[in-house]
Design a protein around this ligand. Structure first.
Ligand SMILES: Cc1cc2nc3c(=O)[nH]c(=O)nc-3n(C[C@H](O)[C@H](O)[C@H](O)COP(=O)(O)OP(=O)(O)OC[C@H]3O[C@@H](n4cnc5c(N)ncnc54)[C@H](O)[C@@H]3O)c2cc1C
Length: 382
């Protein structure tokens, strides 16, 4: 049997970030991934790095994460295609403009550097918007990066710091004795551990079940598409009030379009298939905002399977009934942006007993009074 101080299940951007942050502090870490790194949500992600439009509980993490993103490529010694292109949320109707002004004030009160933009100011930020669009809220402190490249970079940096990453190995059973996890059984044999981190995305739910914990997380199939390429014309990521839209132009010139359009989850629960209606909806909403997209060919459409938490905020921290398990799951379509800070804070929680930014609002205990009949929300991405 092999042994490690800390075992991590899941080689997405969250598991690899946790592995890196633990290993750089000298912990003995083994990450186990049943497929390859970034095989699920982290491989399908649109890669938006945003503070704008977050749940207020997430705002301190989002702001701290942005600070980490600014230097992440130097730190990880990798090109992850990070660009600080800004974030613009436009409104097409004058009556929505008033609510955006209020939203700007709310964001500012939470510490986000953001402004209301209109007229010429708006055109300078995004010259090719549809002519009727007059208003928006804008921050130049949001950006984008490649989620698969970031996941691989965290994984490689973790290995340089001494972590072991085992891909193609599935965790099949958690071994628990008198409230303490002592190891995991895997498709490649048992691994003894002193601490277990569950960062298995949507599949954290069956793992937590083995510890008699029901996580209020379901799997959502999110659909994305890319059109183009086109010469560079759009720096910020663009959303629109009242529309399912997250639109960005990526370094290869393609426009990546999402915003919470649903795909189909297949019977295996590990794959999804695209829906024509979602492609049509994406085209309709994106071309209404950026008309030049209408002339571009569809490059591809794809699905990502994401863990949707019932209140659309992740669960970060310990699980009831065990002394040495940490969970990081339920990122609900916006976990990529938080990945640097989540890795850092969970490593602090595990190694120091307390994170430098409190994680109380993310604890599993917030669901103590949850009515089991509460419906899941539709879910957004970006
Ligand atoms: C289409 C789409 C667009 C998105 N766009 C954005 C965006 O623009 N901005 C943003 O911030 N966020 C975005 N997100 C969300 C973000 O990508 C996710 O929150 C994040 O990638 C979750 O990472 P993870 O590591 O928790 O999960 P995952 O990436 O799903 O990783 C979990 C891993 O665990 C492995 N695993 C599961 N069970 C086991 C087991 N038993 N044994 C071993 N391994 C196991 C899986 O194979 C998988 O690789 C988007 C998500 C999707 C799907």
């Amino acid at each position: 049997m092999t042994a490690t101080e800390i075992a991590i299940v899941g080689g997405g951007v969250i598991g690899t970030s946790i592995a890196y942050h633990l290993a750089r502090r000298g912990a003995s870490v083994t990450l186990v991934e049943r497929d390859h790194l970034a095989a699920q949500a982290s491989g399908a992600s649109a890669g938006g790095v945003r503070q704008l439009g977050r749940d207020p509980r997430e705002m301190p993490l989002a702001i701290a994460s942005i600070a980490r993103w600014r230097t992440i490529e130097d730190e990880l010694e990798a090109d992850v295609e990070f660009r600080m292109g800004g974030q613009l949320r436009v409104c097409e109707r004058e009556e929505d403009a008033a609510s955006r002004r209020e939203s700007v004030n709310l964001h500012r009160a939470l510490g986000v550097d953001i402004r209301f933009v209109e007229g010429e100011d708006l055109r300078q930020i995004a010259p090719d918007l549809a002519p009727g669009i007059q208003w928006g809220m804008y921050t130049d402190n949001d950006g984008q990066a490649s989620a698969p490249l970031t996941t691989e970079a965290f994984g490689a940096a973790a290995e340089r710091c001494g972590a072991t990453i085992r891909t193609g190995v599935e965790v099949t059973r958690i071994v628990c004795e008198r409230g303490r996890v002592t190891g995991i059984d895997t498709s490649a044999g048992p691994i003894a551990c002193d601490w277990l981190v569950l960062a298995a995305g949507a599949w954290t739910v069956p793992l937590a079940h083995q510890l008699d914990v029901t996580l209020p997380i379901t799997t959502m199939a999110l659909q994305m598409m890319a059109v183009g390429p086109h010469a560079p014309v759009l720096a910020p990521t663009v959303g629109a009030v009242g529309r399912k839209l997250s639109l960005k132009q990526v370094p290869n010139g393609e426009f990546v379009i999402g915003g919470g359009w649903p795909g189909e989850l297949d019977a295996t629960g590990r794959r999804g298939t695209t829906r024509l209606a979602s492609i049509r909806g994406s085209i309709e909403h994106s071309t209404a905002i950026l008309p030049l997209l209408a002339g571009l060919p569809l490059a591809r459409a794809w699905i990502g399977l994401e863990a949707l938490c019932i209140d659309e905020v992740p669960i970060l921290g310990s699980l009831p009934g065990t002394d040495n398990v940490t969970v990081a799951a339920g990122f609900s379509g916006h976990g990529f942006a938080l990945s640097p800070i989540v890795g850092q804070l969970l490593s602090e929680l595990i190694l120091d007993g307390a994170p430098s930014i409190p994680l109380d609002a993310f604890g599993y205990d917030r669901f103590a009074t949850l009515d089991p009949a509460t419906p899941f929300p539709a879910g957004q991405a970006g």
